[in-house]
Write a protein that binds this ligand. Sequence first.
Ligand code: FES
Length: 145
Amino acid sequence: MAKKVTLHSDTSNNLLLALQQAQRESGYLSPALMVEIARSLRLPVNAVYGVASFYSFLNMRPPGRNVIRICRSVPCYLKENRVIIETVEREIGIRPGETSADGRFSFELTNCIGLCDRAPAMLVNSDAHGDLTPSRIVQVLQSYE
Ligand code: FES
């Protein structure tokens, strides 16, 4: 039976900060990096993996040059975010969780990004785009190389 790991909030905060810093420096969290972080914080590797896989803003695979994050929370859902998701899938030919073969885009679904008053909304890298429509999506995607 797997041992249950409970993190204290200080350790948990340190872990999240360490993961964010590692991602900033390396682009994504490779298995080797997670082992190194586990060792430095004296945590089991599965605890590090559990936190890294929980947060959609942490990448465990090399991301595309541009990362699309479409909000899947209720206000955006009620504003037909499904149409936006389907438009992105059709335009770039990948589904959430994938990276395009040319490395141009990665595509993720995420929780609220703070643009509820402009739902449906998405981020491309750190750029916020709200009040999305299928035609607006096409314009937005064309502006990223
Ligand atoms: S619910 Fe979509 S941005 Fe807040």
